[in-house]
Design a protein around this ligand. Structure first.
Ligand code: ADP
Ligand code: MG
Length: 426
């Protein structure tokens, strides 16, 4: 049995505080001079392999500590490394470059020591689970991933409702192989619609280290109980400023190389980020409410896409809040937008409740006409919705362990059918 936590320090005080903070956790102490080879940590201790979390005291020999931490990150990718250091931003930048995510101040409160260790252990477990879920032999990504963006010119028409339900529905047919990205980057509310309390957010998933390495990227995903992975929108609108359209493209490419289904919730309209997402999408769900302003907006959006010669079979037109009592029929709407409506979703009393509770209809399976229509939508993408169950998550990613980190190019996907010239629509 390997220890759950390994602490390399010469400080008796730090050791004592780690013992106090981590309570019953199995703690192994390494007291000698830091070796240059991580394997020596094991060889010179009474353990047989490195545990989930290795904490290295960088107090005295920070360069040695960094080198060792970098080697562990590279050669033992499922281990989380925590640096204990009071050397401010300079070291933290270097630490970030070698892939270390947690730095603990030597004088940190016990509760913080506990929180950092817990977080590191969880990240390690997530990485282990993801590695274990890979296909034997490390297949080169899903054969045909679908990147589905849910878009509309207006807000409040149900993009988040539809995208969260679609993602949960797809995750049930392909557990562990579906990811939902909240690209409503200023006011995204996917986390609340799924009742998640994420630790990481969109900006974490586009940092240099995540953009270089899908394994690092995966540690920033939030898991939903349905087996869905989620990237939640930034915590504040200001934090969204740091995310560029190019970063969004790269992120979606990386996700498409690892997941069968990538569902993207978007902000209203055609922002740079939404255009970037459309550019990477194999499918668009074009959503409108069943009223004159909504339908006119969709008409303009379709016109714009047509002008750019971008409309093809991959668009799925969905009418939400479908209700003929407003005086509009589906035929009227088809005549206005000049194309077929693929799916209608009725107004439902169950919808607001499900959003407020953070449990999508396709998770709770509430009997409701809206649930049935959402299931139909899932069926447009998944061959046999809700029937194909798998005992193991099946992210068909290449073997994370065997992979030399960062050296293999992401497998190329089929060329997107939604080539949008960037900035063509402002
Ligand atoms: N078919 C529906 N019936 C009833 N309420 C709905 C329906 N679709 C969405 N809603 C509600 O409308 C509100 C806006 O939906 P939301 O998905 O947040 O829209 P968007 O993401 O496009 O801004 C939410 O409160 C949601 O519960
Ligand atoms: Mg929304």
């Amino acid at each position: 049995m390997s220890a759950a936590l390994y602490l390399a320090t010469a400080s008796a005080d730090l050791h004592a505080r780690f013992q106090l903070a981590t309570g019953g956790r199995d703690l192994t102490l390494f007291q000698g001079a830091l070796p240059s080879d991580p394997a020596e940590l094991v060889a010179r201790s009474a353990i047989t392999s490195l545990p989930d979390v290795v904490a290295i005291d960088a107090h005295q020999r920070s360069q040695e500590a960094l080198n060792l931490a970098g080697l562990i990150e590279r050669h033992y990718p499922q281990v989380s490394v925590v640096l204990v250091s009071d050397i401010g931003s300079e070291l933290s930048l270097d630490a970030m470059r070698v892939g270390i995510r947690d730095i603990l101040h030597p004088a940190a409160e016990l509760s913080e020591v506990q929180a950092v260790v817990e977080r590191a252990a969880q990240a390690a477990q997530l990485r282990r689970a993801l590695a274990a879920s890979e296909a034997p032999g490390g297949a080169s990504g899903p054969a045909r991933s679908r990147v589905i963006s849910v878009v509309s010119p207006k807000g409040g028409v149900g993009k988040t409702t539809v995208s969260t339900n679609l993602a949960v529905g797809l995750a049930r047919t392909a557990p562990g192989a579906t990811v939902l990205v909240d690209l409503d980057i200023q006011f995204g509310d996917v986390a609340s619609a799924l009742n998640l309390e994420p630790e990481y957010f969109l900006p974490d998933t586009v940092t240099d280290s995540a953009a270089r390495d899908t394994m690092v990227l995966k540690t920033f995903l939030t898991q939903h109980k349905t087996g869905l992975y989620v990237i939640c929108g930034p915590e504040t609108p200001a934090a969204a400023d740091s995310v560029t359209a190019e970063q969004v493209s790269r992120l979606l490419q990386m996700l498409a190389s690892e997941f069968e289904y990538v569902v993207v919730d978007t902000a209203p309209g055609l922002s740079e980020h939404t255009l970037a997402a459309m550019d990477e999408s194999t499918d668009l769900v074009l959503l409108t409410s069943m009223d004159v302003p909504g339908v006119r907006g969709l008409r303009k959006e379709l016109d714009t896409l047509t002008e750019l010669n971008l409309l093809n079979d991959s668009g799925h037109i969905v009418l939400n809040f479908a209700d003929t009592r407003g005086g509009l029929t589906v035929a009227d709407i088809e005549a206005t937008i000049g194309t077929k409506v693929h799916l209608t979703i009725p107004r439902s009393k169950a919808a607001p409740l499900s959003v407020n509770q953070g449990v999508p209809l396709l998770q709770s399976d509430v009997k409701d006409p809206m649930t049935r229509q959402l299931q139909q939508l899932v069926g447009r993408f998944a061959p046999t919705p809700a029937v194909r169950t798998r005992s193991l998550p099946t992210i068909r990613a290449r073997s994370l362990i065997a992979k030399e980190r960062g050296t293999e190019p992401a497998p190329r996907r089929a060329k997107s059918r939604w080539r949008l010239p960037r900035r063509a629509v402002a």
